[in-house]
Design a protein around this ligand. Structure first.
Ligand code: ATP
Ligand code: MG
Length: 256
């Protein structure tokens, strides 16, 4: 059975997609079978995996509305090492169209069930909102990975996300846990980064992943080549960090 994780944070631009794509690539390199689920109408995870979001035969939009199944809609990443359930801006319409459907917060969970035995991991890249799409992600998942930048405003909004996760846990999905907070775009030369990082460790203890992802320009360049940073420049500090994070995840789920 696949372990299913959401990469979520309702703040925009905090590194969710970079984390989802590179964790997918990192786990694939550790011989795990991975499905990367793009749950964001921006389609950034789709593009970052080397798939042209403008030329999709079908996408997660059809899957959520019951018009296609996952085996029909999924595609292989450019590197071929993991599968992608792709998205594009059509998905924004699903939010409205799902209003009339039964069990609308469980559409993704039901669709992913059909391929559960084909993967070791499914990683869901959530949009920057606590929306019906994100709710579908949280209902489908065993846990949430929260990427955070270590800056002054990072903790603001975290309580909204944590409360949402608690509510989903209580009412919709008792499996759901916070797997951990991942420090990303970290700049060790900044005193503030160090301070926020220590605060996170004090408040959240072992819910903070040991691996820290540094700010690294190679990670930012990779999507324009349609490649995860891990494959684009394997020796870069960013790639090495995400590979280490993959290993930490494999280790951590043993204790779940
Ligand atoms: P959104 O909320 O819009 O979906 P996001 O949370 O998915 O955004 P990303 O798209 O992963 O965030 O990252 C935002 C920007 O920061 C991108 O341009 C990305 O390339 C860059 N970036 C992410 N992580 C790093 C890093 N460790 N070092 C340098 N740049 C990074
Ligand atoms: Mg994103």
């Amino acid at each position: 059975m696949a372990k299913i994780f959401c990469v979520a944070n309702q703040k925009g631009g905090v590194g969710k997609t970079t984390t989802a794509v590179n964790l997918a690539a990192g786990l694939a390199q550790l011989n795990q079978r991975v499905l990367l689920v793009d749950l964001d109408p921006q389609g950034n995870a789709t593009m970052g995996a080397g798939i042209n979001k403008a030329e999709l035969q079908s996408s997660i939009y059809e899957v959520m509305l019951g018009l296609a199944d996952v085996p029909t809609a999924r595609v292989q990443s450019e590197t071929g090492r993991f599968d992608v359930l792709p998205a594009n801006r059509e998905l924004a319409g699903a939010e409205v169209e799902m209003v009339e459907l039964d069990n609308r917060e469980r559409r993704l969970k039901e669709a992913l069930n059909a391929v559960n035995d084909q993967y070791d991991f499914m990683l869901i890249d959530c949009p920057p909102a606590l929306s019906m799409l994100t709710l579908n992600g949280l209902c489908a998942a065993h846990g949430v990975i929260i990427p955070m930048q270590c800056e002054y405003y990072a903790l603001e909004g975290l309580s909204d996300l944590v409360n949402t996760i608690k509510k989903v846990h209580a009412k919709l999905n008792t499996d759901l846990k916070i797997i951990g907070l991942l420090r990303v775009m970290f700049d060790p030369r900044m005193t503030l980064s160090q301070q926020v990082s220590s605060q996170l460790e004090e408040h959240f203890g072992d819910k903070v992943f040991k691996t820290i992802i540094p700010r690294n320009v190679r990670l930012a360049e990779a999507p324009s080549y349609g490649m995860p940073g891990i494959n684009f420049d394997p020796s870069s500090k960013g790639a090495q960090a995400y590979l280490a994070f993959g290993a930490e995840m494999v280790e951590r789920i043993r204790t779940l």
